[in-house]
Design a protein around this ligand. Structure first.
Ligand code: ATP
Length: 490
């Protein structure tokens, strides 16, 4: 239990189960096709979740395009020519090592299986043993030593949670791409993939954008959109989904300058998480990759401390000229840039920033969710659940609440909304007591609530209540819009 302001105690906050229940109850996130018992690792965003997600996407888009002189945004299709995925290496390399239990037929990603065992060791206070196990696993995975990984599982007596046995198959690679058929007649249909990352849509359009936008290196192309991965062990709510959204930016640079740009984007992205997303510094850290992907010469994750521990939020990768070089090779079309400053043509190098939008939503909700209780002036207990979502990201910015349903108060409230709604989302509510309505707005994460009462009719003033402090001010209703606009500007 921690005290976050005088007299207010935060308790029991932030277990994943509480967060999942809250996200459902307040229209943020639903299980997909829930009436049919859901579809594993697929989720729908409700009325508040969709708006929160859009606000985060817009904030990223603004930082990565509008505020940059030399980065433009595109929107490439989800379906791409199948050769794209041969060239990118995904057909051959986009796989995770898996192991099956012969008794239960259950399949596990080996890193998840071993990590889960390490967590149990941690809980049993065998911290050193847990760390040694993870270190050993990372070493073996870095060299693709699958026999060694299997031995590690056996040596540690790691059992299947269903059968309870140690009867394991060999470790095998399992491709994560979803495939489908393009074309109406089965015999003529082509096998195509649902994109597992948005980046390739940017690479294949590199020259289109460079030429039509008359872009000069260094320049970037940004994109947001859906990606699909057949994650075998999908868990931890919207952290690991089979259909999710990425926000990626490829920055095209002169070969040899990658170290400098990699360092630049690493810092820029960390700054964004702190300043625009308002994540506290102590919940963020860098984690260098032990095993580099087939295309990378340096890679780091920005990790967030989720309710289930430190996990990847964003990847920053130095991808060399791998992707453009491979597309040049497979398409037989030059993917080169003529650099007139040095009179040279070359295939540009690329620094990529790649963040998961759904993981940002989860990080935002985890950071915002608090269960609070305190002692009132009369000695009684009071409590609330609040989402302290930063005002710039909150789905609804302002609630306008007439004290009663009569005496002309609803009309004044609607006038206030009409004056504000083209600038930001507002919410009107006249049912229930004011106290209950405030609690509901706290639970949804609305940063401002304005109450219109009988005094408003006399002097035009309203009560404005601040979600985070629960304090109230009396201000003129003409000041409401400016106050909210000031708070949501970042
Ligand atoms: P992980 O190691 O967690 O599987 P990754 O290293 O495969 O992630 P990248 O390929 O670097 O992830 O993808 C970039 C970003 O896309 C990740 O940082 C993450 O935020 C997001 N992402 C990747 N896979 C998923 C998923 N299954 N569900 C939700 N977001 C995802």
């Amino acid at each position: 239990m921690t005290s976050n302001k005088a007299g207010t105690m935060t308790y029991n906050a932030n277990t994943l189960q509480n967060l999942i229940a809250h996200a459902k109850e307040y229209g943020y996130i639903f299980q997909s096709s829930e009436i049919y018992d859901g579809l594993a690792a697929v989720y729908d965003y409700g009325q508040n979740g969709a708006q929160l997600k859009k606000n985060i996407r817009d904030a990223w888009w603004k930082t990565m395009t509008q505020l940059q002189e030399n980065i433009v945004g595109i929107d490439a299709a989800i379906f791409m020519h199948p050769t794209t995925w041969k060239a990118s290496g995904h057909v051959d390399n986009f796989s995770d090592p898996m192991i099956d239990n012969k008794d239960s037929q259950k399949r596990y990603r080996v890193d998840h299986l071993i990590e889960a065992h390490a967590e149990i060791l941690q809980q049993q206070s065998n911290k050193l043993q847990a760390e040694a196990l993870i270190q050993r696993m990372e070493k073996l995975l870095a060299t693709d030593d699958f026999a060694g990984i299997k031995q590690l599982i056996i040596d540690n007596n790691i059992k299947c949670s269903v059968s309870g046995t140690c009867n394991w198959t060999d470790v095998r690679q399992f491709n994560l791409m979803f495939s489908t058929e393009l074309g109406s007649v089965a015999e003529d249909a082509n096998l195509i993939y649902l994109r597992p990352e948005t980046a390739q849509g940017i690479f294949v359009n590199f020259l289109n954008v460079q030429k039509t936008g008359r872009m000069k290196i260094p320049f970037g192309i940004a994109q947001t959109g859906k990606a699909f991965r057949n994650e075998i062990v999908a868990r931890q709510f919207i952290f690991r989904m089979r259909e999710f959204e990425q926000m990626e930016m490829q920055y095209f640079i002169r070969p040899g300058s990658q170290k400098e740009w990699y360092a630049y984007w690493k810092e820029e992205r960390m700054k964004w998480h702190k300043e625009v997303m308002s994540f506290p510094a102590e919940r963020l850290q860098f984690h260098d990759h032990v095993k580099l992907a087939h295309y990378a010469d340096a890679a780091v994750d920005v990790e967030f401390n989720f309710p289930f521990g430190w996990k990847e939020l964003e990847g920053i990768h130095s991808r060399t000229d791998y992707d453009l070089g491979r597309h040049q090779e497979f398409s037989k079309k030059k993917q080169q840039y003529y650099d007139n400053e040095i009179n040279l043509s070359y295939v540009p190098y690329v620094i990529e920033t790649s963040v998961g939008l759904d993981r940002l939503v989860l990080a935002t909700l985890s950071n915002a969710y608090a269960e609070e209780k305190w002692t009132k002036e009369d000695g009684g207990e009071d409590s609330r659940v609040v989402l302290r979502i930063p005002a710039n990201l909150a789905p609804t910015k302002l609630a306008v609440l007439p004290l009663t349903k009569k005496d002309g108060l609803p009309e004044i409230a609607r006038d206030i909304i009409n004056g504000c709604k083209s600038s930001f989302p507002c919410f009107y509510e006249e049912k229930d007591s004011i106290g209950k309505r405030y609690r509901r707005m706290d639970a949804i994460g609305t940063p401002f609530a304005v109450t219109v009462d009988h005094q408003t009719k006399e002097d035009g003033t309203v009560t404005i209540r601040y979600r985070d402090t629960m304090t109230q001010d009396r201000i003129h209703m003409s000041e409401v819009k400016g106050k909210v606009l000031e708070a949501i500007a970042v």
